[in-house]
Design a protein around this ligand. Structure first.
Ligand SMILES: [Zn+2]
Length: 250
């Protein structure tokens, strides 16, 4: 066995501990540290109080393209990018810091019930960065809001409109959860407006590229319009999150 620096090992154990607390799978820890499988598994049991889950990691680039995962992943990646380039925290440290911030933001707006996973899991966040590193993904800039959003690499950028400016008509229909609390959430729709504000300020604006054609807001969303009556405050147009809640109520 080669001699290992004790300090470096301690650092890796701390990093692994942070990652486990955020929900990392064992494969992620193996890739990010040089600790042995046995030690990582033991650490996992100590931190989580249960055995690490087995099975493959979620390996799908397309998952990041569906509208809600796309918005969440974009928020996370923008935070990660900022931390990685502008602070001393790099790579895996930046990942941990960025995911913490993302979790705060995603929670702040939606109020994810305790025990429920966030839309973007830590392991997926880690995959996302790997996909970017291997040039499978890019940031495309929305021609309406100018924010940079995750898209397939080499997708044409011209005419790109993001999932916030143009949410799909049936957005949120598949989410079964939160039906019970939907009405109270709708009443507090202002909160999710905050999330969108935060989100927009996080996104990297494009440097005055394509002049916006100031396209009209999406037409023909009968269900959405019906739901908007429940939302006396508006906020509907700005917030796909509020929309999803309103829709799942019906
Ligand atoms: Zn947009």
């Amino acid at each position: 066995m080669s001699k290992k620096s004790v300090a470096k090992e301690a650092e890796e154990i701390l990093l692994a501990t942070d990652m486990i607390q955020l929900g990392a799978r064992l494969q992620v820890l193996q890739a990010e540290t040089s600790l042995s499988y046995d030690r990582l598994a033991r650490l996992y049991r100590e931190v989580k109080g249960c055995s690490p889950p087995k099975g493959m990691l979620p390996f799908s680039v397309d998952w990041f393209m569906t509208w809600l995962p796309n918005i969440h992943s974009t928020v996370f990646y923008s935070i990660y990018n900022y931390i990685d380039t502008h602070t001393p925290a790099k790579k895996s440290r930046a990942l941990v810091e960025a995911y913490r911030l993302y979790a705060e933001q995603a929670d702040g707006g939606l109020g994810t019930p305790p025990g429920e996973e966030l839309v973007l899991s830590f392991t997926r966040a880690w995959m996302l960065i790997r996909f970017f590193d291997s040039n499978l993904l890019q940031l495309s800039h929305c021609e309406r809001c100018k924010g940079g959003f995750i898209a397939h690499a080499h997708d044409p950028q011209a005419g790109f409109v993001c999932a916030i400016c143009r949410p799909p008509p049936r957005a949120g229909k598949t989410r079964k959860r939160r039906t019970a609390t939907a009405s109270s959430k709708v009443a507090n729709a202002g909160n999710s407006g905050d999330l969108v504000d935060e989100l927009e300020s996080t996104l990297v604006p494009e440097a005055k590229g394509s002049s916006s054609k100031a396209a009209k807001s999406p037409v023909g969303r009968p269900r959405a319009r019906k739901a908007s009556q429940a939302l006396s405050q508006g906020g509907m147009e700005a917030s796909p999150v509020a929309q999803s809640d309103a829709l799942s109520e019906t």
